[in-house]
Design a protein around this ligand. Structure first.
Ligand code: 5MM
Length: 342
């Protein structure tokens, strides 16, 4: 594997492949496990993630990299193989979530700022030695009729840029993830409001990246798609989502950025795939458009697994199917009838 930031970033978004976001913190994976009645203990977290990383067809063909939670970066499979080696063996890049979570922002009711900059330079050295070649930091942007405030946008953009600069210094590609929430509170905003807020946020983020001399060729952007809130009465089709999303991205994301890997943000599996496919029908895009999905890649596999070893093959098949559909979407070759055929 090449060590140039540009080459790592290119490898993360290479044609038809995308990222598996498996970096649920211990609290978030508890919610996922609660939904299938599985105890949130280290062994179960290991078994679940090992099951995903041993899905050879998916990992070899559709997954370019995996975002890990710190525990997983250092964890070994049941037979003693480091989980990082399973990822590398599939020619995928191991990555690490380095933020410490979105915390309430003082003086800004209903808004958060992501923490984790203190000591990050030293932590990054350790992550690099453990095999991570990219990192992820997620800023969470609240949205309603009056939020976000400029103060929260600016604080989060500043932190994202400081994180990105530190990553590049350490030889690690930063995934820059500013997430305008789809299923926040109250979550009934229109697609036009999401368009407006996403544009403001990206403008601020790229302004800060520029001011802090972050090399755009060595980042991957992980934004939300431009969609209405999940409780909005009007839910558009994929063509409209693609139109709004591409219009914002074209105005605010420089062409030096090699790739954009969307989050799924609570979209259904099929919507996450269909929206990505609609965008990739455009042929003249300056960046690769792919996926960095957590829920939209894992939900079906999690349900099929249910914590039982006898279900591993079925869960791997479910994961492989979703990864394949999204890979086709990233190439503009997805058709909804492929879902039924499978
Ligand atoms: C996999 O979930 C990630 C970690 O979330 P927590 O820090 O809350 O545990 C999350 O950042 C994820 O990488 C992105 O939101 C994308 O996941 P989705 O499910 O939105 O595609």
């Amino acid at each position: 594997m090449s060590e140039r930031l540009e080459d790592i970033a290119e490898a993360m978004v290479k044609n038809g492949q995308g990222l598996l976001a498996a970096d649920e913190s211990t609290g978030t994976i508890k919610k996922r496990f609660d939904s299938i009645g599985v105890d949130n203990v280290e062994e179960n977290r290991r078994d679940y993630r090992e099951m995903l990383f041993r899905s050879r067809e998916a990992m070899d063909n559709y997954v370019s990299g995996v975002i890990l939670f710190e525990e997983t970066l250092h964890q070994k499979a049941a037979d003693g193989t480091p989980l990082v080696d399973l990822i590398r063996d599939a020619d995928a890049v191991p990555g690490i979530k380095v933020d410490k979570g979105a915390q309430p922002m003082p003086g800004h009711a209903g808004e958060t700022v992501t923490e984790g900059l203190d000591g990050l330079r030293d932590r990054l050295k350790g992550y690099y030695d453990a095999g991570a070649r990219f990192a992820k930091w997620r800023a969470v942007v609240s949205i309603d009729e009056t939020l976000p405030t400029w103060g929260a946008i600016r604080a989060n953009a500043h932190a994202l840029a400081r994180y990105a600069a530190l990553c590049q210094e350490a030889g690690i590609v930063p995934i820059v993830e500013p997430e305008v929430q789809m299923d926040g509170n109250p979550g009934d905003h229109s697609i036009e409001r999401c368009h407006q807020v996403t544009a403001e946020v990206l403008k601020a983020v790229f302004g800060e990246l520029h001011e802090q001399d972050v090399k755009l060729e060595g980042i991957v952007l992980k934004p939300n798609m431009v969609v209405p809130g999940s409780k909005c009465a009007v839910q558009p089709g994929s063509e409209e989502v693609a139109h709004h999303t591409l219009s914002v991205l074209r105005r605010h994301v420089p062409s030096a950025v090699p790739g954009i890997a969307f989050l799924s943000g609570g979209l259904s599996d099929s919507d996450a795939t269909a929206h990505l496919a609609a965008m990739n029908l455009q042929k003249d895009l300056p960046w690769k458009l792919t996926y960095s999905y957590g829920r939209a890649l894992q939900a079906a596999a999690l349900k099929a697994w249910g914590g039982k070893s006898e279900n591993v093959a079925a869960a791997q098949a479910a994961f492989t199917h979703r990864a394949k559909m999204n890979s086709l979407a990233a190439q503009g070759r997805y058709q909804p009838d492929l879902e039924a055929a499978a």
